[in-house]
Ligand binder design. Sequence first.
Ligand code: GTP
Ligand code: MG
Length: 180
Amino acid sequence: MSTRKKNILKVIILGDSGVGKTSLMHRYVNDKYSQQYKATIGADFLTKEVNIDSDKVATMQVWDTAGQERFQSLGVAFYRGADCCVLVYDVTNTKSFQNIKSWRDEFLVHANVSTPETFPFVLLGNKIDTDDSKKVVTNKAAQELAASLGNIPLFFTSAKTAINVDTAFQEIARSALQQN
Ligand code: GTP
Ligand code: MG
């Protein structure tokens, strides 16, 4: 018997402009990738059916947001009912990594979650396909951040090559289902 309260898992992707939020969503949902950068305006979602533990199916609603707009244009209602929040930084961009904590803190305020200590976040270090010489955020620093945010799951991904994208979203679905 299912204990789920609703059929839709609401997932919100946050992070600085250009880290690859839209690209990750498109890679995951459509298995497509574009080199061209087009800043997201407002917010939009795509859905995907997900299998969890081979016996459960759910519909994941993945909300992509605009890094440029921070939290300005999306109302509080947008964040309510979120089941998981995905925090994305770019491994070649220090600032995007430093901003992760503030994305998380702002999310908690806006979503007004009742138990911030246990709310599921997943951290993604994206663009792992890039040359080692361009990587400025160490894996160790990322692991320390994930630990300090309550041992949240951490994945190093590439929307470009698809490395770890499915694996990460499996974990996102799993943690969203637990919250749901
Ligand atoms: P905003 O909509 O402005 O918040 O940005 P975003 O986070 O949605 O970034 P977007 O997905 O549009 O990607 C920005 C740029 O980075 C694009 O040119 C992408 O092609 C590129 N990009 C995204 N993911 C990857 C990746 O995994 N590797 C590499 N090398 N480039 C990537
Ligand atoms: Mg975008």
